[in-house]
Ligand binder design. Structure first.
Ligand SMILES: NC(=O)c1ccc[n+]([C@@H]2O[C@H](COP(=O)([O-])OP(=O)(O)OC[C@H]3O[C@@H](n4cnc5c(N)ncnc54)[C@H](O)[C@@H]3O)[C@@H](O)[C@H]2O)c1
Length: 358
């Protein structure tokens, strides 16, 4: 398959601001139909492409458009339900995160994708951001050694109320925001997830979530996140068995700390450090990962190969989300005395949850 025929579903903010402009830059990708439950929204595609069919009925789009794949940016219940319909017709599926609301639904989607033998993808753009690829390359080198610890800080200010008809602000936050960072922890941790400890603090409508993960590789992850912060910020540190530390700030600056760092001008000396930044003219879609995620997805569709951010790849991330919600609801139910002495809620990860390092 050279040209891939794509149906777009959900022409809202995320599609118009990020996914559609990225798709329009890609060679051999043809948008042949657009579906939005709000037909006036669907018609907005004509500002970008004149010759494309629109509909507010997904079944109608599947019946008439001869699609190779769909790219969706809707609420999660639509991702879940429409993916099942598309996969049943042998259509490959890429959905924005989150693909669904919980682990049981994810397992159902994975089973359906196996039966249909289609490629699936979720918009985990952080994972494909250009600086993240640099980190992946650095942490794979022999000089860097083994990844021993990953520290992630993901500061957010929303959501402070439940989204998408859910009744839990915590689950909404984990699915809307922390899903990216948990997935990075799981990805760089490597191997099998062995234990999960979490604590949730609440202040008015805001949340603070602390998370500790342990992996079979020996790596640990420490994550601080929540909505108690003034605005969105993200930073990450990876510590290696060779006393190196690589630091990423805001998906932009990478700083490499080594026991000794040398340039021809400085010579070899302590406390110097190496720095990397994307070029000032790098396209925003490349830097933020939207280009990389879709490019790799379409490569997987063409080659019928696996995709790094498939439905299946998110299993450990959803295990973590379930454990955080479960530990939090047990804490809420526990008597006050237990709450003071209990410390973190700790649980073993379910057997068989594994993920290959990037
Ligand atoms: N990767 C990221 O960092 C990132 C960033 C922002 C949003 N998102 C995700 O993108 C998705 C969409 O977010 P948004 O901000 O664009 O929302 P939005 O409300 O602006 O757009 C959603 C669109 O989907 C349409 N829609 C809803 N149900 C539908 C159905 N059953 N069939 C067809 N169309 C339907 C709506 O009419 C709307 O046009 C969410 O899942 C969100 O989590 C991801």
């Amino acid at each position: 398959m050279n040209v891939i025929k794509v149906g777009i579903v959900g022409l809202g903010a995320q599609m118009q601001e990020n996914l559609l402009p990225t798709l329009l830059q890609m060679p051999d990708i043809r948008i042949v139909a657009v579906c939005d439950s709000d037909l006036a929204r669907a018609a907005q595609i004509h500002h970008f492409i004149s010759d494309v069919a629109i509909t507010d009925d997904f079944d109608d789009m599947l019946d008439t458009a001869a699609l190779d794949c769909v790219v969706m940016a809707c609420p999660p219940q639509a991702h879940r339900d429409l993916s099942l319909k598309a996969m049943a017709r042998g259509v490959h599926v890429f959905v924005e995160k989150p693909p669904c609301f919980n682990l049981v639904e994810l397992q159902h989607l994975i089973e359906a994708s196996r039966q249909a033998n289609v490629v699936t993808g979720v918009g985990m753009n952080f994972k494909f951001a250009k600086p993240m690829r640099q980190l992946r390359d650095i942490t794979r080198t022999e000089q860097f050694g083994k990844v021993v610890h990953i520290q992630l800080n993901h500061y957010a200010s929303k959501p402070t109320a439940p989204l998408w008809g859910l009744d839990s602000t915590l689950r909404s936050f984990l699915l809307a925001q922390a899903i990216h960072t948990i997935d990075l922890g799981v990805t760089f941790g490597g191997g099998k997830l062995q234990s999960i400890e979490s604590r949730v603090q609440r202040h008015d409508d805001s949340l603070l979530v602390s998370l500790e993960l342990e992996f079979s590789t020996g790596a640990t992850v420490s994550l601080l996140s929540g909505t108690l912060f003034p605005y969105f910020e993200f930073d990450m540190k990876i510590v290696s068995s060779k006393s190196m530390m690589v630091e990423l700030n805001n998906l932009w600056n990478i700083t490499m700390h080594e026991p000794e760092h040398g340039t021809s001008a400085t010579g070899t000396a302590k406390r110097w450090r190496g720095a990397w930044q994307p070029g000032p003219l790098d396209s925003g879609y490349e830097r933020s990962g939207y280009f990389g995620e879709l490019e790799r997805f379409f490569d997987a569709v063409r080659n019928r190969s696996s995709y790094d951010a498939s439905f299946e790849s998110l299993l450990p991330t959803f295990e973590v989300i379930e454990q955080i919600c479960q530990a939090d609801s047990q804490r809420e139910l526990a008597p006050a005395r237990t709450l003071r002495t209990d410390g973190f809620a700790k649980s073993k990860a379910p057997a068989g949850v594994s993920f290959n390092a990037l």
